[in-house]
Design a protein. Structure first.
Length: 123
């Protein structure tokens, strides 16, 4: 039986059109380039990045039930601030984020090179 995390990651990989995503996540976590956080049946992977000399955090993947993004956003912001991040960002193929993300304080950015939606919160 597959774990809730592996099922969620497989679904997100399919949505993003990236069948290599599970292996990429595993390698990044193993090499401490990204960090896995699990809270019950919810989880997320955060990847610190630096762009133009400014530190930020990519919410590389997240999953959960019943309001998980709202529930975990304060913790994600706190963790990002601990490392001096100035922003949070996520990319998604799911159009529902166009309605939901702004209510949580995320601002729409230009789509990425793969056509995924991009949202950012400045910290």
């Amino acid at each position: 039986m597959a774990s809730a995390a592996s099922v969620a990651i497989a679904r997100i990989a399919a949505d993003a059109g990236n069948p290599n995503l599970p292996a990429e996540l595993q390698d990044a976590i193993r090499n401490r380039v990204a960090f896995l956080f699990v809270r019950g049946s919810d989880g997320f992977v955060l990847k610190p990045v630096v762009e133009l000399g400014v530190a930020g955090v990519l919410v590389w993947i997240g999953w959960g039930e019943g309001g998980a993004p709202e529930r975990h956003l304060p913790e994600v912001k706190r963790l990002a601030r601990l490392i001096g991040a100035r922003w949070l960002r996520f990319h998604s193929a799911r159009k529902g984020w166009l309605r939901v993300a702004p209510k949580m304080g995320w601002k729409r950015q230009p789509d990425d090179a793969d056509g995924l939606l991009v949202f950012q919160i400045d910290l």
